[in-house]
Design a protein around this ligand. Structure first.
Ligand SMILES: *Cc1c(COP(=O)(O)O)cnc(C)c1O
Length: 377
């Protein structure tokens, strides 16, 4: 059994994948070939934005977003303190400062009220220039963009959506990747929509930002290749990866349905005894991870019992972001909720190809190890 079974998916599309890779090998446009353009247009129409600009990976996508917004030294970027390191890594790289904001207990996503507190404290102390907010859609579920967008608008801050884990999810009938000034995603193989290597993309409705992002993606280019008008990166998506993604995009809507089916079975069986991630009203998740917490039993006991039965599990994430040594000189006002979650949370196998029998085995094992039957809440 695997936490995320990529081989099972490959078996469903093996012929199509080989054919499209071969196509690229034959036409030879390995960099920015026609598949890249086609993918960008299909992704933009899938999420409902005017532009999609692909790039080399989800971390670069965040860096490019910050660069497109002219992030500079002394600028302050607010970000949740419970996420993958890549969410905040580009901030100090650009010389800017991170202000970590605590998350909500029931969703693990950034708390809007704590964001407001952080912005207020930041402005009062005049410690730098509040510039942007990066909201993360953890485990496949979007943050509350209703509340976050309102705060950003009032405070004149740019909003960036880190949708690396949530491509395909919806918030109030709008697709993830269309919920902020700039949205970013990742096509790392284990993400809900993954390629067979590294890949990423940015989404926006702004003509001006789209043009800047395109320029930054290729060495800050101007109107032609050997005119460079700003400092940029070399961060293109390979044509072969675009060809692979075009194949996978055809399966994707069905995969999202299956992910939700698997999640619903887990919820039904486990929810009385475990914490599971709460969904916002009128919203759907793509369940990049299915996470659990138990009110009294240590997670190590569950992880151990699962392992004994050959069932993999993982901990996303064992510490808060500000606990990582390179982040220790950044600012955190409060992280009590994130700390609490990091001590108890663990993830179990979740992917569209999980069989009923494997899923039953996982559920049985968890219920047995939690056999004192203490209910959540
Ligand atoms: C995976 C991930 C990233 C980075 O994506 P890469 O393609 O691996 O660079 C950024 N943010 C979050 C929340 C992620 O899960």
């Amino acid at each position: 059994m695997e936490l995320i079974d990529l081989k099972a998916q490959y078996q469903c599309i093996e012929e199509e994948i080989k054919e499209s890779i071969n196509n690229v090998l034959r036409h030879g446009k390995y960099i920015m070939g026609p598949e890249v353009t086609q993918l960008e247009s299909e992704l933009a129409s899938y999420v409902g934005t005017k532009y999609c600009i692909s790039c080399a990976n989800g971390t670069d996508a965040l860096q490019i977003a910050l660069m497109a917004l002219d992030t500079q030294a002394n600028d302050i970027i607010f970000a949740p303190t419970f996420s993958f390191f890549a969410t905040v890594e580009p901030i100090p790289l650009l010389g800017a400062k991170v202000w970590f904001v605590d998350v909500e207990e029931d969703t693990c996503n950034m708390s809007a009220s704590k964001l407001e507190d952080a912005i207020r404290i930041c402005r009062e102390k005049e410690l730098g220039n509040p510039k942007a907010v990066i909201a993360v859609n953890l485990f496949g579920q979007t943050a509350d963009y209703g509340a976050l967008a309102k705060i950003c608008q009032q405070q004149k801050l740019n909003l960036i959506e880190d949708a690396a884990q949530s491509f395909g999810a919806e918030f109030q009938q709008k697709k993830s990747c269309s919920l902020a000034t700039i949205s970013t995603t990742s096509f790392f193989p284990a993400k809900p929509l993954g390629c067979y290597g590294d890949g990423g993309a940015l989404f926006t409705n702004s003509d001006e930002l789209a043009e800047k992002i395109r320029s930054i993606r290729v060495h800050g280019k101007g109107t032609h290749k050997y005119e460079n008008i700003r400092i940029g990166l070399n961060s293109r998506l390979d044509t072969i990866q675009a060809a692979i993604l075009l194949c996978k995009l055809k399966l994707f809507p069905n995969e999202v349905k299956r992910r939700n089916k698997v999640a619903n079975i887990y919820k039904e069986a486990l929810q009385p005894y475990f914490w599971t991630q709460k969904q916002l009203p009128d919203s759907t998740s793509v369940w990049a991870q299915f996470c659990l917490q138990h009110p009294s039993i240590e997670r190590s006991r569950f992880i151990h019992s699962l392992k004994e039965k050959g069932i993999p599990s993982a901990i996303y994430y064992p510490t808060t972001l500000c606990a990582h040594p390179p982040m220790q000189n950044q600012t955190v006002i409060d992280q009590r909720v994130a700390e609490q979650i990091s001590k108890g949370i663990f993830s179990i196998p979740m992917h569209p190809y999980l069989s009923d029998s494997d899923q039953n085995k996982i559920i049985e094992c968890l219920l047995e190890s939690g056999s004192n039957n203490i209910k959540w809440n």
